[in-house]
Design a protein around this ligand. Structure first.
Ligand SMILES: [Zn+2]
Length: 337
């Protein structure tokens, strides 16, 4: 059976790769097809912001059931359902939707998905449950953070029935031959969790790790206002390192083999940003000026020009997400004064 599945996913990946370059268009790009990373874990490209390889979700499938980890924006829920089907997973197999945290690029589609995944319950940190039952504040915050030009990508939010939500416990959830283990990893937000898949030495990190997408040379901490906490983020990185993972499965974006020094580098980047933002604040700069200064230093260090970059990196990563990271750091530094 295992052999069968193995060849199944190899073949599937070959087809997926052959297909991949045919679905791109100018500017915004279609999602890549879902891909099995090993016999139990698959990567789904949710096509967030209308771009390829911007926001990932993952599926872990065992012989007794499957779990989705993260759901993407509400606007892209159909892509997630279609991907589950394309992977050959029955919608009724999915028992859990683990949400690494409540931000809408991770949790937004979960209310939609629950309508189609009849056997699934959402598992999220206890501290975030209220946001799913009443998402109005999340929507407001997301619109304020991204501006109206990106509002269409956020999509509609509706409350989830409390009986379909379970508080995450630090335990293993058995799926049959494979399990997912919840780890509390605060920092990005206090109620952040990551998912460990011990059988594959894999960590589905959520925003507990530095953002690094494809060939983009930039590594940007996933800080976000108003509750970002540098010390907690560093502790979480150390905790992830202690599991000795072979691969990180990141939301922004994709699979990354863990190489020597990976987690030391993560820690260094997270702490360096605090020092740099702090010294720019001391020079009297506001958040826009600090964002520009940080962007320019990333470009300088990477030896690239803004005009050389792809649309996603230029407009979304450096234009929208980097200023949010700066706000996350500024909030942290101001709280500590
Ligand atoms: Zn987030």
């Amino acid at each position: 059976m295992a052999v069968h599945i193995f060849f199944g996913f190899k073949l599937y990946n070959l087809i997926a790769k052959a297909h991949k370059n045919t679905v791109k268009k100018q500017g915004e790009s279609e999602a890549a097809l879902p891909v099995w990373l090993n016999q139990n874990i698959a990567l789904i490209d949710t096509n967030g912001y209308g771009f390829e390889e911007a926001i990932a979700a993952y599926v872990v499938r065992g012989s007794r059931g499957a779990a989705l980890v993260d759901a993407g924006y509400s606007s892209t829920w159909e892509r997630v359902i279609a991907s589950v089907r394309e992977l050959g997973i029955g919608l009724d197999e999915i028992q859990y939707i683990f949400l690494t945290h409540f931000h809408l690029d991770h949790a937004g589609a979960s209310w939609h998905l629950l309508k189609h995944l009849k056997n699934a319950r959402v598992v999220i940190h206890e501290g975030a449950i209220r946001h799913l039952i009443d998402p109005s504040r999340l929507v407001e915050a997301a619109h304020a953070a991204f501006g109206e030009d990106l509002a269409e990508h956020i999509g509609e939010l509706r409350p989830i029935q409390p009986e379909r939500i379970e508080p995450a416990r630090e335990q293993e959830y058995e799926l049959g031959g494979v399990s997912v283990e919840v780890l509390f990893t605060p920092g990005h937000v206090p109620s952040h969790i990551s998912i460990h898949v011990p059988q594959h030495k894999a960590l589905i990190t959520g925003d507990a790790v530095v953002v690094r997408r494809g060939k983009t040379p930039f590594k940007v901490p996933a800080a976000s206002p108003p509750m970002y906490d540098v010390e907690a983020a560093v502790k979480s990185v150390e905790r992830l390192a202690s599991y000795n993972p072979a691969m990180l499965l990141t939301p922004h974006y994709g699979e990354r083999r863990v190489t020597a020094g990976e987690f030391e580098e993560q820690r260094r980047i997270i702490e360096e940003w605090a020092d740099r933002v702090s010294s720019l604040m001391q020079q009297g700069m506001d958040y826009k000026q600090i964002s520009e200064a940080m962007r320019d230093s990333l470009l300088r260090e990477a030896g690239v020009k803004l005009s050389d970059l792809d649309d996603f990196t230029r407009v979304i990563l450096l234009g929208k997400l980097l200023p949010l990271t700066v706000q996350g750091y500024m909030g942290y530094l101001l709280r500590r004064r």
